[in-house]
Write a protein that binds this ligand. Structure first.
Ligand code: THU
Length: 159
């Protein structure tokens, strides 16, 4: 028997130590939570992406009475970005969540399905996407979505 140990390095920053660009993107994600359509869970997620051309695009979760028909903030924002700016690589994504009258004390990691979609975006543009996960206490940063999705299934398997 052999064992493989996978490790993920996550950098943890106080917001004040983030770069100006990161702070701006986090602010955009936080603001986007307020336009979330989350009447069923009350859990409002905002996501903001920075494109190669400097543009910031925001999205949020969009729920539905038929629950699985809704969509998470992360997929909403990257699908919009790719639909409208198909040639602009996505450099960074920031994620924040607002629940019970406050921004969450714990970071919100993207769900499994969103990780898979974000991986596709990275692969599509052949460039790592930095992921900034905001909480009221700290910001978790990884330099690539691959850090959050080890042993992933991607396009290379289909060649
Ligand atoms: N949600 C997101 O938008 N992103 C995440 O990363 C986690 C969960 C949404 C889906 C649903 O509308 C609500 O949060 C509660 O799960």
């Amino acid at each position: 028997m052999k064992e493989i140990n996978l490790t993920t390095k996550i950098r943890v920053y106080p917001l004040a130590e983030c770069t100006e660009t990161e702070k701006k993107l986090i602010e955009a994600a936080k603001n986007a939570t307020f336009n979330a359509y989350a009447p069923y869970s009350g859990f409002k997620v905002g996501a903001a992406v920075l494109l190669d051309n400097g543009e910031i695009i925001v999205g949020n979760n969009q729920e539905n009475a038929a629950y699985p028909s809704g969509l998470c903030a992360e997929r909403t924002v990257v699908f919009f970005a790719n639909a409208n700016f198909p040639n602009e690589k996505v450099e960074m994504i920031a994620i924040a969540a607002y629940y019970n009258g406050a921004f969450t004390k714990e970071v919100v990691g993207p769900c499994g399905a969103c990780r898979q979609v974000l991986l596709e975006v990275e692969n599509r543009f052949r460039s790592p996407m930095k992921v900034l996960m905001y909480s009221d206490e700290a910001v978790y940063i990884v330099d690539s979505i691959k850090d959050l999705l080890p042993l992933s299934f991607g396009e290379e398997m289909l060649k």
